[in-house]
Design a protein around this ligand. Structure first.
Ligand SMILES: NC(=O)C1=CN([C@@H]2O[C@H](COP(=O)(O)OP(=O)(O)OC[C@H]3O[C@@H](n4cnc5c(N)ncnc54)[C@H](OP(=O)(O)O)[C@@H]3O)[C@@H](O)[C@H]2O)[C@@H](O)CC1
Ligand SMILES: Nc1ncnc2c1ncn2[C@@H]1O[C@H](COP(=O)(O)OP(=O)(O)O)[C@@H](O)[C@H]1O
Ligand SMILES: [K+]
Length: 491
């Protein structure tokens, strides 16, 4: 993979534009296909030297063309190879037709394929060109290969995975390895496509990086490259107020734990000071559990207005365990011209009346981050959630545009989107993060970044990444408490 394209994500439409630009610049498109198919054959031999037979399944487009190249290369190398085609191979066009005519092997119809022990399938049925559900014939072949437990290497994408959305179109192969070209596609990262890819190899087939970057949009993988320049090292002359003061709002006496998790995480993630703002009746419960986190009584809007005069308290987390209702709405509206992470109950409180929040976010110049999981997203953005054709990335981008906030659409494949359309997709979060209180920890880390002065998008993306790393360090038996102890330093 080209180093400069390591974090770039390219949609299938952008990839088509890149192919066209490569052809227009004089690059031989058949040479690209040869390079792609040869990379697949090399991966097959590297991963399965013990295979008794390579079975190459070729589709009606250029993905199939890559398959014919791979089949020829494997046969040239002395491997046993069988080729099966979907549709009439004589109807192939362009480079794929050329690849087929250069392939010395007999081509059988797809339905004739019977999996055998020792087979390794090379799936070249559909790649970036998949635009509708797989034909029934392809779905039946997938079922047979899966029943036969045949390992599959996918060309570009496992057939059936939509490269734009990661959704499964009818059925899909579950590959052990996928070889894609030049850059990752959203379907390699978004669920459920991600788990169907197996290990992912991004192979440089020779399109100049400039042609790729110029046509790639504003979509990246979430790595420190996306926000590292905002994560400055500690100045030896710093003091705690310079590291920011985070305020976290506690719920009532029976639901104080969530906010304490956010507060503790905020302190561990680098806020200089953290104050837990507690209603009167929860002060005792909170006081008995806090040490380094400070405690302040904030009962109603008057208390909050008085506290907000202290401009050193420069970021807030509102929502974890707070309770749904008018108090949450009033507090959020008072806070959204500052830096605010609005999580959990904080968002749900605006389910029936979000206009004022979004207008304030647009006009205040504050830094508002909202962190919905799937259920909260559907509550706050029902019309966007209902758009079945949109990918998770496109939904997060639409929600960010509508709300004028940075939207962190959580899950195994968390997407962080800014109102500008800029977005990152996260891939370092282990499934053990699906544990009670894990989202509260994430909100606290985000709050710490905002308190330290990071812009909202970078604060959110960096928090999602650190949360994922913390999850890896904490291991499978983690709880939200042990997760806090494992938050790594900012790189
Ligand atoms: N990027 C690059 O530079 C390079 C890319 N390369 C390779 O090219 C691949 C993309 O090729 P591709 O555009 O021909 O698309 P592909 O996935 O083969 O589909 C074929 C056609 O099938 C059709 N069709 C779609 N869905 C269908 C369905 N459900 N059931 C039935 N038919 C369906 C649809 O045509 P339609 O019927 O809509 O006219 C579609 O166009 C890419 O994945 C990579 O492997 C390499 O060669 C190296 C250079
Ligand atoms: N299967 C998964 N793989 C990786 N991360 C996950 C998975 N499920 C949830 N997460 C992450 O764990 C956190 C859970 O947050 P949330 O749903 O708000 O839970 P809670 O309210 O219990 O804290 C989110 O950051 C989410 O992205
Ligand atoms: K494929």
């Amino acid at each position: 993979m080209l180093e400069v394209l390591r974090d770039v994500l390219v949609t299938p439409t952008e990839m088509t534009a890149i192919d066209n630009a490569a052809a227009a610049s004089g690059i031989d498109s058949f040479a690209l296909m040869r390079s792609a198919g040869t990379a697949v054959s090399a991966a097959a031999l590297r991963l399965f030297p013990e295979a008794l037979r390579f079975v190459v399944l070729c589709g009606p487009g250029n993905n199939g063309g890559d398959g014919y190249v791979a089949a020829s290369a494997l046969a040239d190398g002395g491997a046993a190879v069988a080729v099966f085609a979907l549709g009439n191979p004589e109807a192939l066009k362009g480079d794929a037709a050329r690849a087929k005519s250069a392939c010395p092997l007999t081509v059988q119809p797809l339905e004739a394929y019977e999996p055998k022990l020792g087979d390794v399938v090379i799936d070249a049925l559909f790649g970036a060109g998949l635009t509708r559900d797989l034909p029934a014939e392809a779905q039946r072949t997938i079922a047979r290969a899966s029943e036969g437990h045949v390992p599959v290497i996918a060309v570009d994408l496992p057939s059936g995975v939509d490269g734009r959305t990661g959704e499964i179109r009818g059925a899909s192969f579950a590959a052990v390895h996928t070889v894609t070209f030049m850059a990752r596609k959203p379907g390699h990262l978004l669920m459920p496509g991600r788990v169907r890819c197996g290990t992912l190899e991004v192979f440089d087939i020779g399109i100049p990086a400039r042609l790729v970057s110029e046509r790639a949009g504003d979509l990246r993988l979430n790595t420190p490259a996306a926000w590292g320049s905002h994560a400055s090292a500690l100045d030896p002359a710093t003091h705690k107020y310079r590291r920011g003061h985070l305020g976290v709002f506690s719920g009532g006496p029976r639901s104080t734990g969530a906010a304490r998790l956010s507060a503790t995480a905020g302190l561990a993630a680098g806020a200089g000071l953290v104050t837990l703002a507690s209603p009167t009746e929860a002060l005792a419960a909170n006081a008995s559990h806090l040490t380094a986190v400070m405690l302040r009584e904030i009962h109603g809007t008057e208390d909050l207005a008085a506290w907000l005069k202290d401009k050193r308290v420069n970021a807030f987390v509102l929502g974890p365990g707070f309770g749904v209702g008018k108090k949450a709405r009033d507090f959020a509206l008072m806070l959204c011209d500052r830096a605010l992470v609005l999580d959990a109950d904080g968002m749900t409180s605006f389910e029936k009346d979000r206009t004022e929040l979004f207008e304030r976010a647009a006009s205040s110049g504050g830094r508002l981050v909202m962190t919905p999981h799937e259920g909260e997203f559907a509550r706050l953005f029902p019309e966007i959630a209902a758009e079945a054709a949109l990918s998770k990335i496109e939904k997060a981008q639409a929600a960010a545009r509508l709300s004028h906030a940075v939207v962190v659409y959580k899950g195994p494949d968390t997407v962080v989107a800014a109102p500008s359309g800029h977005a990152v997709v996260n891939d370092n979060a282990p499934p053990s993060l699906a544990t009670a209180g894990s989202g509260d920890v994430l909100a606290g880390i985000m709050g710490a970044h905002l308190a330290q002065g990071m812009p909202a998008f970078e604060a959110a993306a960096a928090a999602v990444w650190r949360h994922g790393e913390a999850g890896r360090r904490a291991g499978r038996g983690m709880t939200a408490e042990t997760l806090v102890e494992c938050i790594p330093p900012l790189p």
